[in-house]
Write a new protein. Structure first.
Length: 254
């Protein structure tokens, strides 16, 4: 029997990679989220590319401050298109984690700039933060939906991390929602462990909103399977439903 839960309308978007963002895809996502009128909205890590502090001098033509400001503008736009009562959550990804690593090796002044983002754009202060960890602290659990940025990158990593997250949370009957790999994965059952019944564990992936043509390193990491998606999870009347929406394909007529 399904467990009765408070009504939930969750939207999850991740890997926007400011400033290398596909603005057309982001426009589509904002409109989809606006229509859904979510009760919870999660930006699931890698909002910033953080190439502004890359050790590779030719990788970025912008500063980290530019990224923090533009990221704040993206958050502001998202907030302005959801109900005022919507709970806003920003979870760090591995790219934001780069900032914390760098902060340990710089002056007090620069460390303040790296860590106090709301001093650069007030919008950051409106969002509840979530850290990038492979622990319970690294997961936002809303009803049956367990949202975390992701750590693994292999072809079956969504299934494997679903099993791992179920173990970390100590519960079944959850939907593990990731980003990280940039590959959109529809919401479906995870079937990679004999210890987890396939009808009690699901997984999904929101892909990326990065513009491959702008990213200096995209070709190096293999971007053929990348795509954009927004996860929508609803709970109503004791049942949950979930889907990953994708922008329509636009192909030039031959």
């Amino acid at each position: 029997m399904p467990t009765k839960m408070k009504e939930i309308r969750l939207a999850v978007i991740g890997c926007i990679h400011v400033p290398f963002t596909d603005l057309e895809a982001l426009d589509w996502a904002v409109e989809e989220i606006r229509r859904e009128k979510p009760t919870h909205l999660i930006v699931n890590g890698d909002l910033l590319d953080c190439s502004g502090i890359s050790k590779h001098g030719t990788e970025a033509k912008h500063s980290l401050e530019d990224e923090i400001w533009e990221g704040g503008e993206v958050l502001k736009r998202l907030r302005q298109n959801v109900p005022r009562s919507c709970q806003l959550i920003f979870r760090e990804g591995n790219h934001e984690q780069r900032i914390k690593r760098e902060a340990g090796f710089v002056s007090t002044y620069f460390r303040s700039m790296l860590t106090d983002w709301k001093s650069k754009h007030a919008e950051w202060g409106r969002w509840q933060p979530g850290e990038y960890e492979k622990t319970r602290k690294g997961v936002t659990l809303i009803g049956p939906f367990a949202v975390h940025h992701g750590h693994r990158s292999g072809g079956n990593s969504d299934d494997l991390e679903a099993v791992e997250m179920a173990g970390i949370l100590g519960r079944r009957g959850i939907v593990c929602v990731r980003s990280h790999t940039h590959r959109v994965i529809e919401c479906d059952r995870a079937m990679r462990s004999s210890t987890v019944p396939e009808d009690r564990l699901w997984r999904a992936n929101t892909g990326t909103f990065a513009d491959i043509s702008q990213m200096p390193y995209a070709k190096q990491v293999g971007s053929v399977a990348w795509g954009a998606g927004v996860f929508f999870g609803n709970v109503s009347g004791g049942y949950w439903t979930a889907r990953v929406a994708r922008p329509p394909q636009r192909v030039r007529v031959a």
